[in-house]
Each structure stands twice: as structure tokens, then as C-alpha cells.
Design a protein around this ligand. Structure first.
Ligand SMILES: Cc1ncc(COP(=O)(O)O)c(C=O)c1O
Length: 479
């Protein structure tokens, strides 16, 4: 029997598990878990025990491809009331834990396909470019909201978007955005559907008359798409492009025509791994696609007339797009604007002209709470710089790999690299090795090839360390 676990604990736990479909404790006093319902809820865990559980290496509950072992964790008691009605879990009982230590061992029979609740992104290192990793605490809270929103007896998905509960959510989301970005009074935070791709045409539609001119910087695939869409609404002057060199750098020293109504830039080029380290000085207001580095660093918004960002990188699930717009940018175009494509409708109606994407807004609000709690944008920027330095140092030092973006323009969000000359044939093998070790989403976009590690706000440093360790290990075996 494991030290520190008392008999009564075993007895109670065993009966709970039996009732919820789990088997028994083995001779060593550890849990044998081999059913899809290997979930346990311990509502009356005292604080001491709970903190030990949280810090236990065994916290988890899902198959870990990296270690080849299942991982378990225990629900803290504040989450337990959700399950008390017992409709879904008729065998569930309350009980007291009188132990000092909880130790769970993996079941030899456990299977990777068995699903367990409450294990958000605990077993994989998610380097996906988007939809991307979200903070585990946010996923956990969001999952609770889906089941029973703040004890209302309804899911957040079922609540009226005009009711008090959702009104509080969207108001808090807007207030948090205003606070995190330190928005001046004349800026509005709006919530749209349609992704950043809708903003490619909606921005020029609202800002440009047919005779007006807008300056655009062509710094990547997304910028290029924005340029194509804007051409339908006014005169577009592409003032700089890095296309000739496969968008491997950010064009600098650009000349912006004095009559341009705005300058459009993409702050972070997700596909090519380049990012503005300093924004251009522009006589015209800047319109910026900030989709892939939104809320990753402090930004002085004053030079910006409009900022838009799809949520699915740093903010929340796909389905909501944030628009920050300065009041004086609007009301100057003559064309008819359909209500749903007019920023002013969303200002007037506080983004509730029609049914907004309630769940993505809810999760975005939770992410911003997390951001605030974790020190806001300054702290995020510090963390992001440290993570990026760790990875780029390895890319530069490791003879097997080569970075693709100009060093001074390297993105803190998306690090792109390829196999170095002579090692190209190892690309697939490296990706397979990453996958086998639980490092996912690393395949580069087809226009760059190789690898792209997206290291957004929510990705912990230990995930970057895991990638660096793997690169080193791979080089020591193959170099
Ligand atoms: C910088 C940037 N802009 C725009 C988009 C398109 O966003 P959406 O799919 O939300 O339309 C993306 C998607 O990855 C992006 O990275």
C-alpha cells in the first residue's frame, strides 16, 4: 500500500469508482482504470489534499502519447456541485477524504481511445497556428459554462443573448479589452462574425470611397488577400512588398502617399513568421490585421484607426472577430452599407444587432480574465520574448535546422524553420518524431515548408523546452 493513503480513503474511493464504472484498486492500493468513465469527483477534498493532488505528477486523465502512460487528475471540490444532481452520474456519492497523499498509478489495461473529462490540453504540446492552444484554466471554466452556466441550470449555449447573463459576459469582454489595450474614449471594441477575412473587405467598404486611395503593405498571403478585396472599393497603392523573397522579411522605409486615407499592414505574418517589431510612422491612420499577435504585447493604439483580429490564435475559439475602431474613421463613405456590414450598427447596438457568437465571446472573456490575472500584456510580452528566444537560439545553434525569416523581423508568435542544407531528407522523420512525443501542429505552411512552431500566449515555456530538447536529441542522433 502506498504511504500516506489510509484505508477509509481506499474503501470510499473504491465504491465510488465501482458505481461510476471504474473497476477497483489493485494490490498496491492504486486505481485500476480501464473504462471510458474513469472520472472521479471528490467534492469534499480538504485544501491540503487538494493542493497535493494539483501538484501531483499524476494530475491528468488522458492518454499521454509522449510517455505512453495515462494521466489522471481529481476535480477540485468547487467543480463538484455541477454534478450533484446525479442525473448523469446516478452512482455518484459524496464522501470525505481522510488521507494526506493521493497517488494514482496508470492502469495496465487503459487504452488511448478512452475519453476522460477535465483534461484540457494537458497531454500534448500544441504548436498549431490556429485554431490554437488556449489556457487550460479557460477551457476548464468554459466546459463548466457549457454544462451549467454559473448554476443557472442552463448552458451558456442555451441562454438568450439579450438576457442578463450574456449581457454581463459581453459587457465584461468589452471592458476587459478596453482595459488591456488601454483604449482611449474614442475607440470602440466590437464583436463580429465572419473571421478576419470578412474584415479584408469590410474595412475598405466602410472607409474608402471609389476615388479615395489607400496604401497597403504586401507582407504575406493574408496581406495579399486584403489587397485584392480592397481593390473593389477604391484605389489601392501597394507601397511595399516582400513577395519577391517569399515574404521572408517586413518591408521597411516605406513611403506613404500624402493623400492615402489609411495605411494597411499585417502586424504578424502567421505563415511566414515575420512580425513588425516597430510600427511604421504614418501620416495616415493605420488599419491593421492583428489576428495572429493580438494581445501578445502592449500596443500604443493611437496611430491605429482600425484594428481587427480573428480570435482563434490568442483570444478564443474561431467564430468571433474583434474590431477596434476609432470614431473619426467612420461616416465618410457615400455607398450604401448593409446594416450587418456597417461598423456604426455595431457601435450603436453594442454588437447585439443580431445574435452574436455567444460562446466564442464567452471564452474570449475568460481568456482576457486569465490575461489580466497573469499580469496583462506587459507580462505576456515578457513571457513571449523568453519563449521565442529559447526556440530561436536553438534554431540558430542546431546544425540540422535553419530559420527562414530575417532575424530582425522574427515573429514572437510563429517561428518558421526548415531542415538545413544537406538534411532535407529528414523533414518527415523529424515531424513524425515530434508527433510520437506529443508535440503537434508543427508542420509548416506549404508556401514555406518545413516547420512552424506557433508559440502563442497560452503555450507554456515547458512546451517550447520540450521542442528544443527534441531538436537537440534529434541532432545528436542524426547529425
Ligand atoms: C494574419 C491573419 N490574417 C487573417 C487570417 C484569416 O483569418 P480568418 O480565418 O479568421 O478569416 C489569418 C488566419 O490564419 C491570419 O493569420
Amino acid at each position: 500500500m502506498r504511504a500516506g493513503i489510509t484505508r477509509p480513503f481506499y474503501k470510499i474511493l473504491a465504491s465510488c469508482w465501482r458505481n461510476t464504472g471504474c473497476r477497483h484498486l489493485n494490490a498496491a492500493g492504486t486505481a485500476v482504470m480501464d473504462t471510458p468513465q474513469n472520472i472521479w469527483r471528490l467534492p469534499t477534498l480538504n485544501e491540503a489534499v487538494r493542493s497535493q493532488v494539483r501538484h501531483s505528477a499524476n494530475a491528468g486523465g488522458q492518454w499521454n502519447a509522449a510517455t505512453g502512460k495515462p494521466e489522471y487528475r481529481v476535480l477540485p471540490d468547487k467543480e463538484a456541485p455541477l454534478w450533484r444532481p446525479n442525473k448523469q452520474w446516478p452512482g455518484y456519492r459524496h464522501f470525505h477524504i481522510i488521507c494526506k497523499t493521493l497517488t494514482f498509478a496508470p492502469s495496465p489495461g487503459a487504452h488511448p481511445n478512452k475519453q476522460v473529462l477535465w483534461t484540457p490540453n494537458m497531454t500534448k504540446h500544441n504548436f498549431s497556428a490556429g485554431p490554437a492552444i488556449l489556457p487550460a484554466a479557460v477551457l476548464k471554466e468554459a466546459a463548466k459554462g457549457v454544462v451549467n452556466y454559473l448554476g443557472s441550470g442552463l448552458s451558456i449555449l442555451e441562454l438568450s443573448h439579450r438576457g442578463p447573463e450574456f449581457t454581463a459576459v459581453i459587457e465584461e469582454a468589452t471592458a476587459l479589452m478596453n482595459e488591456l489595450l488601454e483604449l482611449p474614449e474614442d475607440y470602440h471594441t466590437l464583436w463580429f462574425t465572419g473571421g478576419a477575412s470578412t474584415q479584408f473587405f469590410m474595412a475598405p467598404m466602410n472607409l474608402l470611397n471609389p476615388d479615395d486611395k489607400a496604401a497597403y503593405v504586401d507582407s504575406g498571403v493574408w496581406a495579399n488577400k486584403a489587397i485584392k478585396e480592397a481593390k473593389a472599393f477604391g484605389n489601392v497603392e501597394v507601397v511595399a512588398s516582400s513577395k519577391e523573397q517569399n515574404y521572408s522579411f517586413i518591408p521597411k522605409g516605406i513611403k506613404i502617399p500624402g493623400d492615402a486615407k489609411y495605411l494597411h499592414i499585417t502586424s504578424n505574418n502567421t505563415i511566414f513568421g515575420t512580425q513588425y517589431q516597430r510600427f511604421p510612422k504614418s501620416p495616415a491612420p493605420i488599419v491593421c490585421d492583428m489576428s495572429s499577435d493580438f494581445l501578445s504585447r502592449p500596443v500604443d493604439v493611437r496611430p491605429f484607426g482600425l484594428i481587427y483580429a480573428g480570435a482563434q490564435k490568442n483570444l478564443g475559439p474561431a467564430g468571433v472577430t474583434t474590431v477596434i475602431v476609432r470614431e473619426d474613421m467612420l461616416g465618410t463613405v457615400q455607398r450604401h452599407l448593409p446594416a450587418m456590414l456597417d461598423y456604426r450598427t455595431f457601435i450603436q447596438e453594442k454588437s447585439l444587432y443580431n445574435t452574436p457568437p455567444v460562446f466564442p465571446i464567452y471564452v474570449s472573456m475568460l481568456t482576457m480574465r486569465w490575461l489580466k490575472k497573469n499580469g496583462g500584456l506587459k507580462a505576456m510580452h515578457r513571457r513571449n520574448k523568453a519563449k521565442a528566444a529559447l526556440l530561436y537560439n536553438e534554431i540558430d545553434a542546431n546544425p540540422l535546422f535553419r530559420g527562414t525569416a530575417a532575424k530582425e523581423d522574427r515573429s514572437l508568435m510563429n517561428a518558421c524553420f526548415v531542415m538545413a542544407a544537406g538534411y532535407e531528407s529528414l523533414e518527415k522523420e523529424f515531424l513524425k518524431t515530434c508527433d510520437a512525443n506529443g508535440l503537434v501542429g508543427l508542420k509548416g505552411h506549404r508556401s514555406v515548408g518545413g516547420f512552424r512552431a506557433s508559440i502563442y500566449n497560452a503555450l507554456p515555456k515547458k512546451s517550447v523546452q520540450a521542442l528544443v530538447d527534441l531538436m537537440r536529441d534529434f541532432a545528436s542522433k542524426k547529425g
